[in-house]
Design a protein around this ligand. Structure first.
Ligand SMILES: [Zn+2]
Length: 320
């Protein structure tokens, strides 16, 4: 067993549900980034398996059906995490934990009935929107023109109701006005599950230094996204997949400098983004830990980045 399995990873964002149709999760594949063998090899304890899209009620119902089929298929060795104690159960049963996440809330009705029902099915984290605007919030669009609107009254209600139930709010994909409205209304720590530093890579999906500090103030976390476009302002002549572990470390360094080590987590965006060869799938985590250990990070730091910081937020936001 690799010594790096002492840093079990809680991955704050994977899109595996969306990319699994052409392969079996329990079998090692060359396609995509996550499957059971590769996650085991990388020492992944658990991940937020996103339902995307979640723009309509139909999206959510179909996504839930697909999610439950994947997670409850006995060969997949997954375990549906609903409580903090479940992270330990996953280890003792030698399974991979799956946390139910909605990447966008557009399909939830304004009375929030589907939110409450989904909580009982096991929803534990939610983002308010994706690259769009819905009745709750406005997100960063993948184009030049952006919305100037933030959270609506319905969006503020959703945040409060989700936090009352014990669901963690995810700020990734929010545009700046929505982010700041969220920080005004939140009563709990929040996560930006898969967003990097905008100072290092100038993309609106990444966070400004002020946003990083605001997340630190509420004891939240920022998950390092391995998507090349969020790591570096890539020169069109340069191969995106040539980015190095140092390009990932640069974001970690910056977030630690602006905030502290308690704010950094992991949110790979595996199976949803183009990633560099140095972290080409979930089996590569030990290479990152080795690199960070050799370059100034302690084992205690890595335990925080790999899982303890996210665990702390879940402990502070979930009911049990
Ligand atoms: Zn995303």
């Amino acid at each position: 067993m690799s010594k790096f399995l002492e840093f079990p990873v809680i991955d704050g964002h994977i899109d595996t549900l969306m990319s699994i149709d052409k392969r079996n999760f329990h079998e090692r594949s060359d396609l995509g980034h996550c499957d059971l063998p590769r996650m085991r090899e990388g020492g992944v304890n658990s991940a937020l398996f996103a339902i995307y899209p979640a723009r309509t009620r139909k999206n959510i119902i179909q996504g839930l059906d697909k999610w439950l089929k994947l997670v409850y298929h006995s060969q997949n060795e997954l375990y549906h995490i609903k409580s903090i104690q479940d992270f330990k159960t996953v280890r003792s049963k030698d399974k991979i934990g799956a946390i139910l996440h909605f990447e966008g809330a557009g399909g939830i009705d304004k009375d929030l009935q589907l939110l409450r029902i989904s909580y009982h099915i096991g929803l534990r984290t939610i983002g308010l929107c994706h690259a769009n605007k819905n009745k709750f919030a406005s997100g960063v669009l993948f184009q030049d023109r952006q919305y100037e609107t933030g959270l609506s009254e319905l969006g503020r209600n959703l945040v409060l109701e989700a936090q009352r139930l014990g669901i963690t709010i995810d700020a990734s994909h929010l545009n700046d006005p929505s982010f700041w409205d969220l920080m005004e209304v939140t009563t709990r720590p929040i996560i930006a599950s898969h967003s990097n530093s905008r100072k290092i890579a100038n993309h609106l999906r990444n966070l400004t230094d002020d946003q990083l500090k605001a997340i630190q103030e509420v004891h939240g976390t920022v998950g390092i996204n391995f998507g090349s476009m969020f790591l570096k302002n890539v020169n069109p002549k340069q191969q995106e997949n040539d980015l190095t572990l140092n390009d990932i470390k640069t974001h970690i360094d910056h977030i630690v400098n602006v905030t502290d080590i308690n704010t950094v987590a992991i949110g790979t965006d595996y199976d949803g983004a183009k990633v560099p060869n140095c972290m080409k799938d979930a089996s590569y985590f030990p290479k990152l830990w080795q690199f960070l250990l050799e370059n100034g990070y302690s084992k205690g730091d890595l335990a925080k980045i790999s899982h303890n910081n996210l665990l702390r937020v879940f402990n502070d936001t979930w009911k049990s």
